[in-house]
Design a protein around this ligand. Structure first.
Ligand SMILES: *Cc1c(COP(=O)(O)O)cnc(C)c1O
Length: 398
């Protein structure tokens, strides 16, 4: 693919990205290249290779083969302005590597209060042990983040929309403050993916995906990625090499296979989820629907301004009720599985209790909360299932 014929349309991009002719060797998908040892022609060849940059060059299995490079390159191509991407064996491993690439003992991290809970665990666990302090901030802080910056602040971590509660952050406002203070910015972009929010173009330095979710798309592989902005890739790669990070070619291959259909999957997830969110909003058993495309969701105006469309994951708050009544709704669902993770083709429902994972702003909610991942089933089947669930909830409430 020559550069000038490259499309900026997501559906075309996910089909073409990363498929270099020298890697695909005439077939459509980059095959699985498995390797630990790479053989050299001579001692001279081995010596010469040892001194060279191993980016996109066979060196030793841990540095990858075309199978991993193809997926990494595809993710870079989806982020206009990005310098490079490194893959990880999970989303959490990606978050850890990105933070460790930037932070040193004595540094302070500003971490959004609505971050994925294991991200909090990393900050209050390993990072703290290594002398890095964390201040949590309100997801709605915007340009007000300037007030939290101290002499040791080195990085600002965002996640938008936030896990469980879906607050949409004002990324451009926070990036502007960070740039003025020479502070690195990181974004967990798992919900939107680069298709709905190209993050490097917004000035983010490191954009992180749990590829486990929409990239893989079939609930059968753990995978993560960090895509670095201009001038940011070398630090990420050095740290990742030192940590020994590596993804199996089989998993990378499944990631690439998922990516090829992601644009159309994401479109359907988004459409069905929005339809269901609107339906839920009209129901008397429900107090609030926390979906970024609906006005009740904090940061809705920012969502409309910055995002290209909705994804398929959101929460809703019941109008009163307790643990058992919430369980009555979820337990009888026929089309929704009960399980963690999301981004696969199947629908999921779980009880969520965000106040357990917040330290800055425990927003009060009218009742218990449920998070839905809307899969690729017919949306009307899902609505009928939820309708029966709400009837069970109402009956349990008496
Ligand atoms: C699932 C998830 C992760 C972690 O990804 P794993 O691959 O499960 O480690 C990180 N961030 C968000 C927002 C997630 O939903």
């Amino acid at each position: 693919m020559s550069n000038d014929s490259r499309s900026d349309k997501p559906a075309t991009q996910v089909v073409q990205a990363g498929r270099r002719p020298e890697w695909t060797a005439g077939i459509v998908n980059t095959p699985v290249w498995r390797a630990s040892t790479i053989l050299y022609d001579s001692v001279a060849h081995l010596r010469e290779s040892a001194g060279r940059d191993t980016h996109h060059r066979l060196f030793y299995g841990r540095r990858g083969t075309p199978t991993q490079w193809s997926l990494a390159d595809a993710l870079t191509e989806l982020e206009p302005g990005a310098e490079g991407t490194f893959l990880y064996p999970s989303g959490v491993a990606a978050i850890a590597a990105a933070l460790l690439a930037i932070l040193s003992p004595g540094d302070e991290l500003l971490l959004v209060d609505s971050a994925y809970d294991p991200t909090r665990g990393l900050a209050t666990g390993l990072l703290k042990r290594f002398g890095i302090t964390t201040r949590f901030y309100d997801p709605m802080i915007g340009a007000g983040i300037a007030d939290l910056i101290g002499p040791n602040t080195r990085a600002i971590f965002m996640e938008s929309p936030g896990s469980l509660t879906f607050e949409v952050q004002d990324i451009p406002a926070i990036v502007a403050v960070a740039k003025a203070h020479d502070i690195a910015t990181l974004l967990d972009n798992t919900w939107a993916t680069p298709l709905l929010l190209p993050a490097i173009a917004l000035g983010i330095d490191y954009t992180i995906l749990a590829c486990t979710k929409y990239i893989v798309g079939h609930s059968d592989v753990m995978l993560g990625s960090v895509t670095a902005g201009p001038g940011r890739f070398a630090a990420l790669r050095d740290t990742s090499f030192q940590l020994g990070q590596h993804v199996s070619p089989d998993d990378a291959w499944l990631g690439s296979r998922g990516l090829r259909t992601m644009a159309i999957r994401l479109k359907q997830h988004g459409e069905s989820a929005l339809k269901i969110a609107h339906w839920l909003k009209g129901r008397p058993e429900i107090a609030t629907v926390l979906h970024p495309a609906l006005p009740d969701c904090p940061g809705h105006d920012v969502f409309v301004r910055d995002f290209r469309g909705p994804a398929g994951l959101f929460s809703f708050v019941l109008n009163g009720g307790d643990e058992a009544e919430r369980a009555a709704l979820i337990d009888g669902l026929a089309h929704f599985g009960i399980g963690y993770s999301w981004g696969g083709y199947e629908s999921l429902a779980i009880p969520v209790d965000p106040h357990r994972h917040r330290s800055v702003n425990r927003r009060e909610h009218a009742g218990p909360m449920i998070r839905l991942q809307i899969g690729l089933e017919d949306a009307d089947d899902l609505i009928a299932d939820l309708d029966r669930g709400l009837a069970r909830f109402a009956a349990a409430r008496g």
